[in-house]
Design a protein around this ligand. Structure first.
Ligand code: SAM
Ligand code: SF4
Length: 405
């Protein structure tokens, strides 16, 4: 049945290319990719995760009615779905139904998982269906992983071993394994060890390192943010980068802190590597800025390419953008996708005054190239004043919202 949709998807993708290349504020197609939050519930309580510090029973699954609305509106045209959010995607009661629907519609699935629910049967299905499996592993040593996630490294390694056995029996599978590591003070020195293991024993396609997001975390965890240990972080990132290059592993690092002279050269090398490997977005790679004088090195395709949909149907343009543009459970999707907020974003994102969320984005394919501080440093006096005005406006909105509650 998946093949029935191939022509629709191909046409939709061609429309995306035309609309993005022409920087059109109104799209002629639908999203090529969505991030769908299946649940905000979880079976673990990791030290770095804001879920741990809320009430124990907090969290909900995406209701079936909400899912059906999204499926009907978007699935025929979608190329890629990422099952994402602040929860464990496989813990959703209807995970199998969500997954099977995506598969029936011929959509490539990927998701981040804590790995605890990866049975052999699921792994066989994922390998057969070409799933992109992103496994959160925040340590190379057992004691640290237990401390951070409450699970032993043996559990993760057993799942990876089975995955690789199954994959070697299906060499034509498009499935691949990615490791995701949140770097903080207590685990960062284990990064080179993890790079080595991911490349030589786990045969991972990539290792993605991200900085801690502080919101919702207690002060003692926030204090472990690597910004408080910039020299150590840059030194370890440098070592890990060189090692990954030697071992042929794609390593995506978050912004360096730039206090060491070689940091900028490494950052450039990382961007070039990501570009070369067409790492992101259905093999699209990075889109460089067309204006050589722009302080922003990239053009970001997200406003033309994808939507991030939360469990209640709320739609945001991407994971980094804090504003909701509409609700897919209550409105026709086209009303949101080509509504005033999406149109405004498409007009503004590559203008001289991009939205503040885009200026602050630290994703490597975002407009900042993963380095908002470096972009900010390139701004002239007038542009800096604009940023301050945007900041003040945001503060005012937050204040008004709090008062209304
Ligand atoms: C919220 S989890 C959901 C998926 C799944 N439960 C897992 O742990 O992989 C998605 C990713 O966010 C990461 N994460 C959790 N808390 C974070 C934080 N405070 N800052 C940055 N990343 C975080 C997790 O390690 C994981 O890689
Ligand atoms: S497994 Fe994922 S969602 Fe669950 S607590 Fe850990 S980081 Fe958060």
């Amino acid at each position: 049945m998946g093949n029935d949709f191939a022509a629709i998807k191909e046409e939709n993708f061609a429309r995306f290319r035309r609309d993005f290349d022409g920087q059109r504020p109104v799209c002629s197609g639908l999203p090529v990719q969505i991030w769908l939050e299946t649940t905000t519930r979880c079976n673990l309580r990791c030290r770095i995760c804001p879920r741990r510090y809320g009430p124990a029973d907090e969290g909900r699954d995406m209701p079936v009615e909400v899912f059906r609305r999204i499926e009907e509106a978007l699935f025929p045209a979608l190329t890629h779905i990422e099952l994402q959010g602040w929860g464990e995607p496989m813990f959703a009661e209807n995970f199998e139904m969500f997954y099977e629907s995506a598969r029936r519609h011929g959509i490539r699935v990927s998701f981040i998982t804590n790995g605890t629910l990866l049975t052999r049967e699921w792994l066989e299905r994922f390998v057969r269906d070409g799933v992109g499996l992103m496994l959160s592993v925040d340590a190379a040593r057992d004691a640290t992983l237990r401390d951070l996630r409450g699970i032993g490294l043996d559990r993760i390694e057993s799942a990876i071993r089975q995955y690789n056995e199954i994959k070697s029996a299906m060499p034509a599978s498009r499935s691949n394994l990615h490791i995701v590591f949140v770097g903080i003070r207590r685990n960062i020195e284990q990064l080179p060890e993890l790079v080595e293991r991911a490349a030589t024993q786990w045969h991972a396609a990539s290792l993605l390192v991200v900085h801690l997001q502080r919101a919702g975390l207690p002060a003692e965890v926030q204090a472990e943010h690597l910004a408080n240990n910039p020299d150590l972080a840059d030194a370890v990132f440098g070592e890990a980068f060189d090692l990954a290059r030697n071992l042929g592993l794609m390593l995506e690092l978050p912004p360096l802190f730039g206090r060491r002279p070689e940091a900028d050269a490494r950052r450039q090398a990382m961007a070039a590597e990501a570009e070369k490997q067409s790492f992101h977005y259905c093999g699209l790679g990075l889109f460089r800025s067309l204006d050589p004088r722009s302080p922003y090195p990239n053009r970001c395709p997200d406003p033309w390419l994808k939507a991030y949909i939360e469990i209640n149907g709320s739609v945001r343009p991407c994971c980094a953008y804090g504003r909701v543009f509409g609700n897919a459970a209550r409105q026709p999707f086209g009303e949101i996708w080509n509504g005033p907020l999406y149109q405004r974003l498409r007009r503004k994102i590559h203008s001289r005054i991009p939205p503040l969320f885009c200026r602050e984005c630290n994703i490597i394919y975002g407009i900042t190239g993963g380095n908002p501080d470096a972009c900010m440093a390139r701004l002239g006096r007038w542009d800096r004043a604009m940023v301050w005005a945007q900041w003040a406006k945001r503060k005012w909105h937050v204040f008004q919202e709090r008062r209304a509650k």
